[in-house]
Write a protein that binds this ligand. Structure first.
Ligand code: CP
Length: 332
């Protein structure tokens, strides 16, 4: 976890390229602009006759998707987003095993090499917190933007942006909302990144619910205290769900547990089914960055308040279209 602290305490790489490394780099004005742009893209993408025009915007440009850790949504949605804008996409999955990383090549050396092939942006997922910032320090020299697609237990800023957009889409505002974040808050980079974004809105209220050993880490709690954001920790869903405008649940990350043998115990502390949905208000929404394992029962999927399949995943593609335009410096 030390890598996370190092990555989060790093000052912004002096930006020539327009990297997306961590949630803190966005201010409210930038978020408002991004949401407006994403809304406009969504409206245009919904009209088949407009899709051809969208494909002209980044026509012929090149995106590299380099994933050292598994991914379905982030990798596929960045690929789809890029192609919807006319980009060409080259992808390496399982880069930790099938790229020259297995021979001992560093991220820095790999970035020098990839930049020589002339990409317009590189989307990087890595198992080490801070890897995206290290990659950006190299790519900066080549004026190639790095987009952090999740770095270990560090951050996942583009997921947080789509999550915040989904909240905004449903509630029309972020301020004054009560957001319950639950599950594996110790290892969940999506929750960490989302909290950093939510802390831009001084009147939000946060409630954390996590099994013992998987609670939100001290650096995030310190950040909330420093920014005077109201938060509390609960252990019972009954004490949290009735207050929520948003319930944001996350998977227990078996692969990151220091002792994986505790997985069956911690993974089954909380399960959201129909009775638990009964604790939520009618206008609240249930979100999950996915993948889910057994923390949300499939019986909940058809509840209109469950928005992970119905809105959140598609918003991932739409917001990544907006982000690719941003890092490409294309005026909208
Ligand atoms: N939410 C998310 O990052 O999903 P993937 O790991 O499938 O990309």
């Amino acid at each position: 976890l030390n890598g996370t602290l190092i990555a989060d305490s790093m000052k912004e790489v002096h930006c020539m390229a327009r990297h997306i490394l961590r949630s803190q780099q966005y201010d409210r004005e930038a978020l408002t602009r991004l949401f407006k742009k994403t809304g406009e893209i969504a409206a245009r993408f919904a009209r088949p006759e407009e899709r051809r025009a969208l494909r002209q915007l980044l026509d012929g440009r090149l995106l590299f998707n380099i994933f050292y850790e598994p991914s379905t949504r982030t990798r596929m949605s960045f690929g789809a987003a890029a192609r919807n804008l006319g980009m060409r996409v080259e992808t390496t999955e399982s880069a930790g095993h099938f790229s020259s990383a297995i021979k001992g090549e560093t991220v820095e050396d790999t970035m020098h090499v990839l930049c020589a092939y002339g990409p317009d942006a590189i989307v990087l997922r890595h198992n080490e917190a801070g890897a995206a910032a290290r990659a950006a320090a190299v790519c900066e020299v080549h004026d190639v933007p790095i987009i952090n697609a999740g770095d270990g237990t560090g951050q996942h800023p583009t997921q947080a942006l789509l999550d915040l957009f989904t909240i905004y889409q449903h509630h029309g505002a972020i301020d004054d909302k009560t957001i319950v974040l639950g599950g594996d808050l110790a290892h969940g980079r999506t929750a960490r990144s989302l909290v950093y974004l939510l802390s831009k809105y001084p009147r939000v209220r946060l409630i954390f619910v996590a099994p013992v050993g998987l609670k939100m880490r001290g650096d995030i709690l310190d950040h909330l205290r420093e920014h005077e954001i109201a938060f509390r920790e609960e252990t019972q869903l009954e004490a949290a769900f009735p207050d929520a405008d948003v319930v944001y649940w996350t998977r227990v990350q078996k692969e990151r547990l220091p002792d994986p043998s505790i997985y069956p115990e911690v993974a089954n502390v909380y399960t959201i089914g129909v009775p638990e949905m009964g604790l939520m208000r009618d206008n609240a929404i249930l979100m999950h960055p996915l993948p889910r394992v057994n923390e949300i029962k499939p019986e909940v999927d058809s509840d209109p308040r469950a928005v992970y399949f119905s809105h959140q995943v598609r918003n991932g593609m739409l917001i990544r279209m907006a982000l690719l335009l941003d890092v490409s410096g294309v005026a909208w």
